[in-house]
Design a protein around this ligand. Structure first.
Ligand code: COS
Length: 423
């Protein structure tokens, strides 16, 4: 492999010179130590040093990469287009590295966004170097898509909090040094669908050491190499200074984090799809059947046409969402613009398209496509979790529909009835 397929080359309108410089550093040779590696701890360390990839998760003021002109006032500025390029590259070279990188982001961005100066200084320089790995402990056995119904409890006791509950399907658990834990801080009972003081408004985030007394972890085996596990909190005592942001601010913090990182899930899917397309092209041009290379067959060409078009459409949606997130005027105080709808479109379309593209690549390989260890067989297993994690395709559809309806309502003249309603 001489070059990786990265969007900054094909879609320069969405990217800047510094992105081209980053893309030039993301070569197969530079990332070769990650390719095929199965030791998650080693992969996690290497992405810190020597590769320096975690710099794209940390604001420039704390030693991270610059987020571009006009973002100086935003103390939480990270550049989502850089995340897109890194994850497109990792998706092509090592989906294991990609997953660890993404969760390092989920486990540190809440600190970037809402951490006190002390928390930021304690955590982020070590995240940057890879000496510290983070995890994002949101999902529970009874609260996956329905975040607002989570049950892990944080009880006020003295000048601190006591955490009790269980988290499951938490990536990076076997490696993580710190956990961003979302817990219920109100006495009100959780309610399905949240939406009131018993749901969203009762959730608070905490920064918890994975080795703290009262925390236990258990790995869960997955169908692909991926560090993931279960966490139990039993009388886990933390000081109030472990709180991340406001009491009751946890739901919004989780959503803000997911908004930024969902775009990059689409990018990882595009990387895996690009790799599958390349493998498929190599195979059909080499493999001869009926006296000619497979690539001479019209049906094979139709597959290639669909795969390439879907991949380009996905890359456009991802680049659009990332560009808007990085450049659109945000909230007062310089915070990034909200791009929930565009992020959900990018995540949903790219992951679904990648699944179809990789499935076609398997089909084009014939029987070899299902032999364990071939590239397309591995990609077929690696792509599957992306349609689920950081919000399922079905949840993305809810977010998109809500955004579209809100936009339509906002554009209506005041005296017109909402769409679908009789005057
Ligand atoms: N930035 C800032 N605020 C946000 C936000 C964002 N990106 N997203 C939501 N909010 C705010 C909303 O503005 C709203 O606040 P107000 O009540 O003050 O208006 C509040 O949060 C609730 O938002 P929303 O109405 O969209 O929430 P819903 O309860 O309707 O839907 C879903 C929530 C289902 C979309 C959410 O629970 C979700 O994303 N679930 C999937 C969770 C997930 O991805 N899990 C994987 C875990 S990580 S592997």
């Amino acid at each position: 492999m001489t070059k990786l397929a990265l969007s900054s080359a094909d879609l320069p309108v969405f990217f800047e010179e510094r992105h081209a410089a980053l893309a030039a550093r993301l070569t197969p040779e530079a990332l070769a130590p990650l390719a095929g590696a199965r030791d998650a701890a080693d992969v996690a360390r290497r992405m810190g040093e020597p590769l320096g990839l975690y710099a794209h998760l940390i604001p420039e003021a704390l030693g991270g990469a610059p987020a571009g002109a006009g973002r100086a006032a935003d103390r939480a500025a990270i550049d989502v287009r850089s995340l897109v390029l890194v994850r497109e590259a990792l998706g092509q070279v090592s989906p294991l590295a990609d997953a660890i990188f993404a969760v390092q982001g989920l486990g540190s961005y809440p600190v970037v966004l809402a951490g006190s100066d002390a928390q930021r200084r304690e955590i982020l320089p070590d995240v940057l170097s890879g000496r510290r790995i983070g995890a994002f402990a949101l999902t529970e056995p009874e609260a996956g898509s329905d975040v607002a119904s989570l049950r892990t409890e944080a009880r006020r006791e003295g000048d601190g909090w006591v955490l009790d509950g269980e988290k499951v399907l938490i990536s990076n658990v076997p490696l993580a040094h710190h956990l961003v834990v979302f817990a219920r801080t109100s006495a009100a009972a959780p309610q399905r669908g949240g939406g009131d003081a018993g749901g969203r408004a009762a959730i608070t985030a905490f920064l918890v050491d994975s080795g703290a007394p009262g925390v236990s972890a258990e790995p869960l085996p997955m169908s692909v190499p991926h560090p993931i596990g279960r966490l139990r909190f039993e009388g886990c005592r933390v000081p109030d200074s472990a709180r991340l942001g406001e009491v009751g601010g946890g739901f919004k913090l989780a959503m803000q984090t997911l908004d930024a990182f969902r775009i990059s899930v689409g990018a990882a899917a595009n990387g895996m799809a690009a790799r599958a397309l390349r493998e498929a092209i190599a195979h059909v041009t080499r493999r001869r059947q009926f006296g000619a290379p497979l690539s001479e067959q019209q049906m094979v060409r139709a597959y290639l046409a669909e795969m390439a078009t879907e991949l380009d459409a996905a890359r456009l949606l991802v680049a659009r969402a990332a560009h808007k997130r990085d450049t659109a005027p945000g909230e007062a105080g310089g915070a990034a613009a909200r791009v929930s709808t565009e992020a959900a479109m990018a995540k949903m379309f790219a992951t679904e398209a990648a699944q179809r593209i990789i499935d076609r690549a398997v089909q084009l390989h014939g029987g070899m496509g299902v032999i364990e260890g071939t590239e397309v067989e591995r990609l077929y297993r690696e792509i599957r979790p992306l349609r689920i994690y950081e919000g399922t395709t079905e949840i993305q559809k809810l977010i998109i529909a809500k955004g579209v309806l809100e936009r339509a309502a906002a554009e209506l003249p005041a005296d017109e009835p909402p769409p679908g309603r009789a005057p």
